[in-house]
Design a protein around this ligand. Sequence first.
Ligand SMILES: Nc1nc2c(ncn2[C@@H]2O[C@H](COP(=O)(O)OP(=O)(O)OP(=O)(O)O)[C@@H](O)[C@H]2O)c(=O)[nH]1
Ligand SMILES: [Mg+2]
Length: 334
Amino acid sequence: MRFFRSSRAGVDPISGEQARAAEEDVRRTVSATERTRRGWFGRMSGVFSRSSIDDELWDELEEILLGADTGLATAEHILNQLRERASAGQLRDPDAVKQALKELLVDLLKGQESHGGKLWSASAGADPPPPPAIILVVGVNGVGKTTSIAKLAHKYVQDGARVMLAAGDTFRAAAIDQLREWGARVGAEVIAQGPNSDPGAVTFDALTAADARGADVLIIDTAGRLHTKFNLMEELRKLRRVIERKYPDAPHEVLLVLDATTGQNGLAQARTFAGIIGVTSILLTKLDGTSKGGIVFAVTDELGIPVRFVGTGETVDDLAPFVPEDFVDALFAE
Ligand SMILES: Nc1nc2c(ncn2[C@@H]2O[C@H](COP(=O)(O)OP(=O)(O)OP(=O)(O)O)[C@@H](O)[C@H]2O)c(=O)[nH]1
Ligand SMILES: [Mg+2]
């Protein structure tokens, strides 16, 4: 299984088809960051076209970073490092600041790469877990969990994996149908029970089925829940225990889906979900619909959770692996 290796992840594509897939992923990322780039990083060129490094440059840079929702702590963190290097005489002109900023942003994102769950670590060369690989998908209402599960399943199926989906969102009847429809479209079997059934029971069934039928990947959908609702968050803990009882090593990934358009609130969501059930990676949706893509930096810098995927639109192909260099390059593209 490819686990979405990209050429930039340090693994050379071994076939022309994979090379083309990696190129297509970059194209999606560039296209999805269009608004963020125009909205504020676009203003960067103005900042760096001045003739020397002065106070206004730092002020404008701070304003731009904050405007893109990097958050205050992360903006300060970045600016302090740049300022220090400028005072030490390492950055002589605005263009040098720009290059240093790009490098810093990439480093910041790459610093967390190894902190992901077992599954994405597999793409970095570590041994993948024995199948079934179990991915628990969580997040607040409407962020794009179910659609993203379909996109992920589609990628895995394309990679030749046998994929199963568990309809753990039993709260709404429509949610079960939605997952069934996606499953049929992407070629993944869906394990479901009736509306209002116990998500723990559905998950248990799905684990048994995945085992019995030799699934490579099991992705578990869950109901959207506000991170501030204690009972619903407790339910997730219970779900996790159901999984751990059958597979002590699992879930191999707890994927938190965040909606990029919610900006800083996403940070609060990530903090709570991480505290309650542990989050190994983030999938950031709707990057195509926001000028606030800077949330990527805040989440990585402040919470140390790596972003693994970005949602770049509403079709099943609109998912790209998150590659720090490609993302930063896309932000600074002229
Ligand atoms: N533009 C865009 N829309 C997206 C993306 N991901 C999801 N959506 C849309 O977001 C809406 C909600 O998606 P769902 O997958 O149903 O969200 P959910 O988190 O499962 O929602 P609940 O189960 O109700 O909590 C749908 O209209 C999706 O098409 C994306 O990357 N870009
Ligand atoms: Mg859903």
